[in-house]
Design a protein. Sequence first.
Length: 214
Amino acid sequence: MKEGDFDHFTVDLDGHRLFLTAEANGLVVVFDTQATKLVHTIRGIEAPHSMVYRPDLKRLFVVDGDASEIKVYETTTYRLVGHVPLHIDADSQAYDPESKLMYVVSGGREAHTPYSYVSIVDTTESKKIRDMKIDANWLEALALEKRARLFVNITAENAVGVMDRDSDTIKAKWPIPGETQQNLPLFLDEPNHRLLLTTRKSPRLVAIDSESGR
């Protein structure tokens, strides 16, 4: 085993399982949350990042950045059952439980392009529907609103982009405070109209009004 952190995680609440991506080791490790012990290791992934678990299908969708795809696993046997091709350096994602659509960031710096993509994947059919192109070479986390908006950390510009999911266009860009840079994680507190993000330089927690951008 190599040294390295856990990148992303997701949970199977009914099955009492926690899925963690060990990126440097190319593994997804599965823990029993009641017994607090390791119960399985999924191997054969190049660079596992974010994940979605569909309890109704008993399927785990793992974004593999180096393979530029989503690997789909049946989670009773942990058998690989599908692939969804994406662009280079696929990483963060956001999932809409109503439409069953998965929005995945890719492209940019590692792809050596001045633009990035947010790819839309139908998890029921395990296929990509379309790409939304964004003219920035570094995107990070996404956050979905129940309305037609998608928030995206445009890290290259130290800003949050407000996208219209129906028209695939950015309607606004909200800069983060000038003393902060490299906005990475992003969370939407929708009932209280707050976007919460953290920055790497300097390490801060930033709260933004999700209606006004203030």
